[in-house]
Structure formats: structure tokens, C-alpha cells
Design a protein. Structure first.
Length: 170
């Protein structure tokens, strides 16, 4: 049984790297946000809006616990906040957890273009986005660094990052 979990801030590339890694390692790819959307039939953005963040965090914790307790092998991409709530970061020490570490500049450049579906960022004016990311990342870094491994992703292609992860896992 093999469980590999990718974590990191929004825009760090968790989903795209997890999908690529899963293809290369011939394992299923599971995305935690998508699992929550499948179970509830509601998008993450809608869940935040209609039920509130705490409701989402509870579902996220339940789903993570369920997946980690299963007998299945998979590559799992988390949501950006997953390690920072309940005891999720402790659960991650039982598996191969990898922090995809990106600088604020990289994250800003990506997120300024793709944040409509991200409820925590969607309503921020462009002028406040970079500072928000910097502060938020600082708050979350403690949890992200609980991962078993860290891979720097700035200026690297999807294949380069995937190869770096595979080298760690062998
Ligand atoms: C969140 C990140 C999102 C999603 C939700 C909350 C966060 O996932 O889980 O909007 O708290 O950072 P991505 O990191 O895939 O955008």
C-alpha cells in the first residue's frame, strides 16, 4: 500500500503535479476538493458561500481521515488549507507527505490570474493580493513544514517537479 500526499499553498501546483505523478507511478489520483464536491454535489466555492468555511473544514477533515484510513494506494492532492485545521498535519506524518514550496512572487503571479473559484481570494482587490498571500503563507508555513519532504517548485516544469518527487520516493 502506498499513499503519497501533496500539500502547499493555493497555486503551488498540487493537483497538476499529483495527476502527473499518478500517471507515472501507475496509481490513482485523488483530489480532496473534488472528493468533497462529489460527496456533497456542491462546488467548494458554493460550500463556502452557503454553508460557511467551518462546515467545509469539517468535511475536509472527515474525507482526509477516511482516505488515510483506507487500505488503498493513491496520490492525493490536498486543498491549500487542509494541513492547517484540526489535527490534519499530524495525520500526514503517517504517509509520504510532500510540501510543494513556492515563493510569494510565484504564487501571486499564478493566483492573480486564477482566483475566481477560490473563495478565500476571489473578492480581494489585486492591490491587496500579494500582501495577503505573504501573510497567509507565513501563518501556514508551520503546518506545511510538518510534511516529510519539501520540494521547491519555482521555475520548474511539471515534469521536473514530478521527477524530483520520484527521486525522493525511491
Ligand atoms: C483553500 C484552498 C482550496 C480549497 C478551498 C480552501 C485554502 O484548494 O480547498 O478554497 O484554504 O487554501 P486549492 O489549494 O486547490 O486552491
Amino acid at each position: 500500500m502506498r499513499k503519497v500526499v501533496l500539500l502547499g499553498y493555493m497555486g503551488s501546483g498540487k493537483s497538476v503535479i499529483a495527476e502527473n505523478l499518478a500517471v507515472q507511478m501507475n496509481l490513482p489520483w485523488i483530489d480532496l476538493d473534488q472528493e468533497i464536491e462529489k460527496t456533497t454535489g456542491i462546488s467548494v466555492a458554493q460550500l463556502f458561500e452557503t454553508k460557511g468555511e467551518l462546515y467545509f473544514r469539517k468535511l475536509e477533515h472527515q474525507k482526509l481521515t477516511e482516505l488515510l484510513q483506507s487500505e488503498n494506494s493513491f496520490i492525493l492532492s490536498l486543498g491549500g488549507g487542509t494541513p492547517c485545521y484540526f489535527n490534519n498535519h499530524e495525520l500526514l506524518s503517517q504517509v509520504d507527505s510532500i510540501y510543494l514550496k513556492a515563493t510569494v512572487t510565484t504564487l501571486y503571479n499564478r493566483l492573480v490570474l486564477e482566483r475566481e473559484q477560490r473563495p478565500l481570494l476571489a473578492t480581494l482587490p489585486d492591490s491587496e493580493l500579494q500582501e495577503f498571500i505573504a501573510k497567509h503563507l507565513f501563518d501556514r508555513a508551520f503546518y506545511y513544514h510538518k510534511a516529510n519532504y519539501t520540494v521547491a517548485v519555482d521555475d520548474k516544469s511539471v515534469d521536473e517537479i514530478t521527477a524530483a518527487i520520484r527521486a525522493i520516493l525511491t
